[in-house]
Design a binder for this molecule. Sequence first.
Ligand SMILES: Cc1cc2nc3c(=O)[nH]c(=O)nc-3n(C[C@H](O)[C@H](O)[C@H](O)COP(=O)(O)OP(=O)(O)OC[C@H]3O[C@@H](n4cnc5c(N)ncnc54)[C@H](O)[C@@H]3O)c2cc1C
Length: 409
Amino acid sequence: MQNTDVLISGGGIAGPALAYWLRTAGFTVTVVERAPSPRPGGQTVDLRGAGRTVVERMGLMDRARELSVDQRGLAFVDASGRVTARMPADSFGGEGIVSEIEILRGDLGRLMYESTLPGTEYLFDDTVTGLVQDDDGVDVTFEKAAPRRFGLVVGADGLHSVVRALAFGPESACVRPLDLYTAWFTVTEEMELDGWFQMHNAPGGLVASARPGRLPGEVKAGLSFRSGPLRYDRRDAAAQQQLIAQRFADAGWEVPRLLRAMRTAPDFFFDSMGQVRLDHWSQGRVVLLGDAGYCPTPLTGLGTSLALVGAYVLAGELATADGDHHVAFPNYDRVMRPYVTQAQQLPPGGASGYAPAGALAIRLRDLSMRSMNRWPMRNLMAAQFAKADDIALPDYDRTAVRQLEDGGR
Ligand SMILES: Cc1cc2nc3c(=O)[nH]c(=O)nc-3n(C[C@H](O)[C@H](O)[C@H](O)COP(=O)(O)OP(=O)(O)OC[C@H]3O[C@@H](n4cnc5c(N)ncnc54)[C@H](O)[C@@H]3O)c2cc1C
């Protein structure tokens, strides 16, 4: 086998999932992660379609079910807390906006991380600073660790991937901004949610949401707003919170309470939303995975499925090609490209459907949500959710077994 030493940048969802599958196939894996430990935080992510199948194939589905968050569905509320539209979790056969298996992003990240132990080397609190490749490998420099050489390097380091910046060019050339910004954080105060994921839209393209967490009394909050490009320091949480507090000053509902809780939340996370669009995901020995290569944005509900399926396919292709990236990387692209292209089509209404700008647009969106179970909205939404399953997952284990059998004949 070639290229047995693989470096993965990013220990979120895609990175550890890939580490799991590569190790299973006999590769030696090192993961470098910017955070000091697996990152907590985020709201729930959906385990849907083929993404769920990959978790099943990892043997982690029972644990994922144990960790999943019970929610009755999505309820839109007005400034006074009155429900204006609902979508129960069992609409669309458990594959609606709130899917049957919703798991906190931090819980899924930890589950993936633990599945790689022991046997995977983690370099926490560090980052790649340079990549130089030649015919036999890639020389990598780090901010803290000593320089090392690897056969292959995988960028699984999210929307603002440093590997992508080093090997593919600046973020501005790869990311299409959605003109949406979001903060996620945990509230440890009791809120009357009655089991529903509650969402409140306010004029100005503001979206405030709160959903039950996994632990009693824990609420996962989100505050999103629409805006053209903003300049802010990505490491200055206090300045980001100030920006959000100004935007949401008059938003009504439970927003004052959420803003108070935001200031002391241990897992506050703020980012822009954007789609990564690239016409190739590899440059020589460097390849991109998950949000780093094809972030579809949280609006699609498919980012985690793409990350999990991408990890499975990339590892499967590398194993099948005995580590030959000349064969494996084009095959990874061929298998994943149609799935990614579908997933990147935003749901009906796109950013303005999620964060309508004016009062009338908010009322129209509520109306369309109320008619979600009827034609034509039902068909439009069903098509969006069906995308999660729109890939024939190769059965790499069986391929390897078949090859062994063929070789034996
Ligand atoms: C804290 C957090 C909260 C999130 N919450 C939600 C949510 O509530 N809902 C939702 O739909 N999506 C959320 N996402 C995005 C979601 O996790 C991804 O869309 C999806 O799961 C794809 O996973 P990924 O592993 O490709 O990317 P990510 O989950 O973004 O993981 C990327 C990892 O790379 C690390 N990293 C970044 N830069 C570097 C670097 N220079 N060197 C080393 N490591 C680096 C990050 O710390 C992170 O651990 C969140 C992401 C993060 C990081």
